[in-house]
Design a protein around this ligand. Sequence first.
Ligand code: NDP
Ligand code: A1CAB
Length: 262
Amino acid sequence: MRIALVGAGAMGEALLAGWLAAGWSTEDVVIVEPSQQRADDITARHGVRAVDLEEASGADVVVLAVKPHQVESVLGSISNRLGPESVVVSIAAGVPIRQLEELLPDGAAVIRVMPNTPALVGQGMAGVVRGTAATDGHLATVQGLMDAVGRSTVIEEKYLDALTSVSGSGPAYLFYVADAMIEAGVHQGLTRAEATELTVQTFVGSAAMLATGRAAATLREQVTSPAGTTAAALRVLDERGVRAAFLAAMEACVTRSREMAN
Ligand SMILES: NC(=O)C1=CN([C@@H]2O[C@H](COP(=O)(O)OP(=O)(O)OC[C@H]3O[C@@H](n4cnc5c(N)ncnc54)[C@H](OP(=O)(O)O)[C@@H]3O)[C@@H](O)[C@H]2O)C=CC1
Ligand SMILES: O=C(O)[C@@H]1CCC=N1
């Protein structure tokens, strides 16, 4: 199966690296990048070939990993060259299936995916929406690509903005919290190296506990001894409205995702 990755930016490169680490051959994946410097960097780092859009459109799976406002012009360039069995996968936030299908010939197979950057280390989470003409085979192919770099779930399109606010953008919230904890540790007298090691391993350990399936609230309660240190810290987080801030932040994420649909 030949895959063409159109746009090898932050998310595109994470998927590319994940696929190669999962066993895809560098012969099977090509990239399209307008910046020669970026194309050279990706080629040097990953050993894949950079091609033009015309060649890319002959691939079995064409993955659009360009910014949402660039999708229309890319689809305009490839729409008449897609093979009859090809599937177009868009990872662009906000751009609905309807709009993607309008930009392609009738009957073109389209699948919309919202991945996240942990795909780079094989721990991604992706929401997958099936287009009108995509077959079971297309869906299985695309889920296979996402499952190779983590997990995927098929979801109704009306929930994809919500999924974006949890798993698509989610890694950024966690990196933000990690960064804040590291700086707070430094404030308390730890070296940055010490604060970083402590924070990173705390994230790794906590994620592993969550992955056992125990409820987040239960795990939090188990750390919170009566009248202890954690209760004192969580009280401040509540007083400063951190939970409410997450609600508002994720609502803003959903609103922005909806705005991005043309
Ligand atoms: N970053 C993330 O965590 C996630 C991103 N996404 C989605 O992925 C897409 C890419 O986001 P992200 O990787 O962050 O953005 P980047 O800007 O890092 O990547 C976009 C890449 O596409 C390239 N590009 C622009 N125009 C073309 C073109 N005509 N043909 C081929 N390549 C082109 C850009 O090159 P240049 O810079 O030279 O213009 C750039 O390298 C977005 O639609 C976003 O919504 C989805 C889930 C998560
Ligand atoms: O910030 C963005 O728009 C993209 C989509 C999800 C994560 N990053």
